[in-house]
Design a binder for this molecule. Structure first.
Ligand SMILES: Nc1ncnc2c1ncn2[C@@H]1O[C@H](COP(=O)(O)OP(=O)(O)OP(=O)(O)O)[C@@H](O)[C@H]1O
Length: 387
């Protein structure tokens, strides 16, 4: 692996603002990280260590909470049943409501708000029948960073990602992207800028080319509230070049996507979203179920995207691969910082030392010593969690 695979610290370094409040779902009392006085400001030491000018992309998530029905066959659950794959794919497509209904984004946003309000009303009515998955979580994500979210199965990692993607009607969060408030954006615009990639690849079309182009074909017909979204459809040459650049040289554009291996499908699925050029990518276990070689290729694609200043949240169960700038654990509704050993930072491989980004990150992690664990204890715990 080359040094290019290590994500550069192009953004201002995040403060240790991984604050969390108590969760009614918590069975124990986990250590809660203190919230930084100013969650966006790096310490003077880290600011001095920053060698690259601050990048614009900054996703701020505050007071993210999610309460779900305890007994439901909920149609909104976006990441549960595989049979809903097509519907879910439809949901993720930026601007799909425009395509379906040909309506102005404000109207679409209104419908979405009504649906959410309806869900909230149901939530209130059945408040006693609700389980808190997490409550009052806050963190930031900056350009060029890959931040890993780990935690036991069922702790709410996917729920957190779908909440951030505005795909979860049971979740609330105060969010800004580059200072712009989430409430001022239509869901479509938000999802285009903050893209969610699910664990299970869903590729629709007769060929890989068609599957990758699907979002653009639909967007051609949509009206947009964002001038910058004018035609982004990649040319055939760009498509081939990009595939090759991100290690997908083995994937032929004319092949039926169903014939691809699971690893190839995962990479095509990820590439399809990367090509839409979101500012923030929410990657939900996109390397799960892959062999080490394919998982590494997926990791490289994400590192490549981070190198182009994308901000990336990864939910992962695999061992640290040395690409994350920061690792946070979600457990019992609480986020805590995980401090990796130097070896784990390097992904237990011959990757070059990730200085200075990780070194600087560790300066911040010192702020929250009480909640830190070593990678060894993390791995041990993860093993325990998954048993
Ligand atoms: N819409 C919903 N209805 C009912 N329960 C839900 C809903 N959404 C999430 N949950 C519950 O929230 C919990 C967290 O689920 P989630 O999939 O987010 O966990 P996870 O940490 O991503 O797990 P894994 O690592 O196994 O993917 C689970 O107990 C799940 O049953």
């Amino acid at each position: 692996m080359t040094s290019a695979s290590v994500p550069p610290a192009t953004g201002p370094f995040i403060a240790a603002s991984c604050a969390a409040a108590s969760s009614t779902a918590a069975s124990s009392t986990p250590t809660v990280l203190p919230k930084a006085a100013h969650p966006t400001a790096p310490t003077p030491a880290a600011a001095a260590a920053t060698t690259v000018p601050p990048a614009a992309i900054r996703l701020v998530v505050e007071h993210a909470s999610c309460r779900v029905p305890q007994h439901t066959t909920d149609v909104h659950a976006p990441h549960y049943d595989g049979a809903n794959a097509l519907r879910r794919f439809w949901l993720w497509l930026p601007g799909k409501r425009h395509v379906e209904h040909g309506e102005a984004s404000a109207k679409s946003a209104g419908a979405e708000a009504n649906a959410a309000a309806e869900a909230n009303a149901v939530a209130e009515a059945n408040a006693d029948d609700r389980a808190t998955i997490f409550c009052d979580l806050s963190f930031e994500l900056h350009a060029g960073q890959i931040v890993d979210f780990i935690g036991p199965s069922g702790s709410g990692k996917s729920t957190l990602l779908t909440a951030i993607a505005r795909l979860n009607p049971y979740a609330v969060a105060e969010m800004t992207l580059d200072g712009e408030d989430v409430v001022s954006m239509t869901p479509e615009r938000w999802r285009r800028l903050v893209a969610y990639v699910p664990q299970r690849p869903t590729l629709i079309g007769d060929t890989v080319r068609e599957a990758i182009m699907m979002p653009y074909r639909l967007r051609v017909h949509q009206r947009t509230d964002d001038d910058s979204t004018s035609e982004r459809r990649p040319s055939e040459a760009t498509l081939r070049r990009t595939l090759d650049e991100v290690g997908c040289g083995d994937i032929e554009l004319d092949r039926p996507p169903q014939e691809l291996s699971v690893g190839q499908q995962a990479r095509v699925c990820l590439l399809r979203t990367l090509l839409t050029d979101p500012k923030v990518l929410l990657a939900d276990e996109v390397d799960a179920g892959l062999d080490d070689e394919n998982a590494d290729k997926v990791g490289e694609m994400l590192a490549h995207a981070a190198g182009r200043n994308m901000a990336i949240m990864r939910v992962r169960h695999r061992a640290a691969d040395g690409r994350a700038y920061r690792t946070l654990r979600l457990r019992d509704g609480v986020l805590s910082e995980v401090t990796l050993t130097r070896e784990a930072q390097r992904g237990n491989s011959d990757k070059p030392s990730p200085e200075p980004a990780h070194a600087q990150a560790s300066q911040f992690s010192q702020i929250s010593q009480t909640a830190q664990t070593t990678q060894a204890s993390h791995n041990a715990q993860e093993g325990e969690d998954t048993r």
